[in-house]
Design a protein around this ligand. Structure first.
Ligand SMILES: Nc1ncnc2c1ncn2[C@@H]1O[C@H](COP(=O)(O)OP(=O)(O)OP(=O)(O)O)[C@@H](O)[C@H]1O
Ligand SMILES: O=P(O)(O)OC[C@H]1O[C@H](OP(=O)(O)OP(=O)(O)O)[C@H](O)[C@@H]1O
Length: 219
């Protein structure tokens, strides 16, 4: 049986249709209620975790595979215990730098940046030659410039709605984020066939989805 740490929430919701396309019955996952370990037939066991915890489970060998946003991988940094197998092209969103529209980016003082992603934010501003003060925030990051806690934020945007309704504007567009399938290197050796079978099924499911979308646009 393959054990998979799946990021609960948005990543989970967008991963389920891909699993279904692989002819894996996902009803136990859809009907899970408060259960955190869900078996899909006798081949897959899904462990529902926070995105930040996926690689911890993987590194310690508590799971064989993980499904996690590339935002989390970027924040946590490269790790030889975490092998990326596939870009699932779901859970698409983008890192942005945003501020109030009247914020003067040219002023010389050290800027204060609120974010859930301190490493990503520090790296980005360093690449722009700016040393900034970072304030780590757990959620509702858009509040930081609105309340005077920070000058600007580094956060994710998808539809742009949260920025728009809170009157923030994008100053810089950073990396596009998608969900990734990651593996523990020991599992990759020990369960090679099962892992490659699932990876190939997922790749084919993605191609089918792409073809279907293309047909919808061109018909
Ligand atoms: N609009 C979006 N905003 C935030 N994350 C998104 C968005 N779209 C896709 N994602 C992906 O979903 C993951 C977060 O999922 P979700 O927002 O359900 O969890 P959360 O519990 O609110 O976040 P956290 O674990 O940081 O508290 C991100 O790591 C990212 O890869
Ligand atoms: O561009 P949009 O489609 O509006 O999506 C972006 C928003 O969604 C996420 O927040 P989330 O809902 O996860 O709340 P949180 O900040 O409290 O984690 C993200 O941090 C943005 O605030």
């Amino acid at each position: 049986m393959l054990r998979i740490a799946l990021t609960k929430g948005r990543v989970e919701k967008k991963f389920i249709p891909l699993l279904q396309r692989c002819n894996i019955d996902c009803q136990p996952l859809i009907d899970k209620q408060r259960r955190l370990i869900i078996n899909l037939g006798d081949q897959y066991q899904i462990i529902l975790v926070k995105g930040e915890d996926v690689c911890t489970y993987l590194r310690k060998g508590a799971v064989d595979l993980g499904v996690v946003g590339s935002d989390v991988l970027e924040e946590q940094g490269a790790d030889e215990q975490v092998n990326e197998l596939l870009d699932l092209n779901t859970g698409r969103c983008q890192f942005i730098v945003a501020s109030k529209s009247d914020f003067d980016w040219n002023q010389p003082r050290r800027k204060v940046i609120g974010t859930k992603y301190p490493n990503v934010a520090r790296r980005w501003f360093a690449s722009q030659g700016e040393d900034v003060e970072i304030i780590k925030i757990a959620g509702s990051v858009e509040l930081a410039p609105l309340t005077g806690l920070a000058d600007a934020i580094v956060d994710l945007t998808e539809t742009g709605t949260t920025l728009r309704v809170n009157h923030l504007v994008v100053h810089d567009w950073l990396d596009v984020i998608t969900s990734r399938l990651v593996a523990n290197p020991v599992a990759l050796k020990q369960k090679r066939d099962e892992i490659f079978t699932l990876t190939n099924q997922l790749r084919q499911a993605m191609e089918e989805e792409y073809d279907e979308d293309l047909r919808k646009v061109t018909e």
